[in-house]
Design a protein around this ligand. Structure first.
Ligand SMILES: [Zn+2]
Ligand SMILES: [Zn+2]
Length: 324
């Protein structure tokens, strides 16, 4: 028993660095697989505790603005690329471009692009059934929000779900060593803060302050905002379409996540790039992707199908005008 526990502990430590180490697809229904793996997820806990250091390091405009900017840029990478590109392939991009945005997405510390997209594909395939990795209807709020992410069952990447992208060795590397980019970002933030502390002391910035605001706070808020789509967007809001699951549209969540809150629209028409179907359904990620398409960096954005605007397709009798 003691030996088994030591082996599990050691495996979890190695998996901090190499996410694929010792991974075998979970085949059993063992309850142990669904338990939270506290050793493995301790960096995630430390990230949250790191936010409390704000009482020690204080704040400055530079640190606060860095946290906000990193939240927005990384949320865009998560929704625009981890979600709308890697999980759903709603547009095209060059191999270099896909790697660059995968690196940006990886800096969010929400694991690798292949892990993220493979789980998300399962979410759509089994939405709100017992096979759904994070259904609040099946498993309750906390498990759908964070517990699933911390349990042994969901740590490994199901590569068979994401074979189309698993053929790129650079993405496989990024997925396997998923801590490399976030740790790199944390180091760069600390060094920037330290440099400003030395050469621009009037700004009131320190290395630790940049680490706490730019990494710990920004990344923690980013995680919970993203996770709210898995939990709250299946609980709170209004459905427009009958999707056979509990997905909702939620204006507040859409603002928070740059457009992901139009989750019922997305469950119905997951193949289109846009998730806010009407002009008042603010979808900042779509506007950003549209801008990138004008630069030629991405192309082939998939439009909202005409039948999305057909009143017969919609649950309510609200007569909504097509988007301009
Ligand atoms: Zn959903
Ligand atoms: Zn999706």
């Amino acid at each position: 028993m003691m030996k088994t526990n030591i082996a599990k502990f050691t495996t979890s430590l190695v998996q901090w660095i190499d996410a694929d180490y010792g991974h075998v697809a979970p085949v059993s229904d063992s309850e142990e697989l669904d338990r939270i793996n506290w050793v493995r997820c301790s960096p995630f806990i430390v990230l949250h505790l790191g936010c409390l250091a704000v009482f020690w390091v204080g704040w400055s405009w530079v640190a606060l603005n860095t946290a906000i900017a990193l939240y927005l840029v990384r949320m865009f990478a998560i929704t625009g690329f981890y979600h709308r590109y890697f999980a759903h392939r709603t547009f095209s991009i060059s191999r270099w471009g896909q790697f660059a945005f995968a690196v940006l997405g990886a800096s969010s510390a929400q694991r690798g692009p292949l892990w993220w997209a493979a789980n998300h594909r399962d979410h759509h395939r089994y939405s709100d059934t017992s096979e759904d990795p994070h259904s609040p209807i099946r498993y309750g709020f906390w498990r759908s929000h964070a517990g699933w992410f911390m349990s042994t069952r969901h740590y490994g990447t199901e590569y068979r779900r994401i074979q189309d992208f698993a053929r790129f060795p650079e993405l496989l590397w990024l997925n396997r060593f998923d801590k490399a980019v976030p740790v790199g970002l944390a180091v760069v933030l600390y060094l920037c803060g330290f440099w400003l502390e030395l050469f621009a002391p009037s700004l009131g910035v320190t290395g630790l302050q940049m680490l706490v605001w730019g990494f710990a706070i920004s990344t923690t808020v980013l995680f919970h905002a993203t996770a709210s789509i898995n939990s709250l967007a299946h609980l709170v809001g209004r459905p427009r379409y009958d999707t056979g699951d509990h997905s909702r549209n939620n204006f507040f969540l859409a603002l928070l996540t740059l457009g992901e809150g139009w989750h019922n629209n997305h469950h119905k028409f997951m193949g289109c790039t846009r998730q806010g179907f009407y002009w008042w359904e603010i979808d900042l990620t779509y506007y950003g992707l549209k801008f990138l398409s004008w630069t030629g960096l991405i192309w082939g954005l998939k439009p909202v199908p005409a039948k999305a605007y057909d009143p017969a397709e919609q649950l309510s009798s609200e007569h909504l005008a097509p988007a301009s």
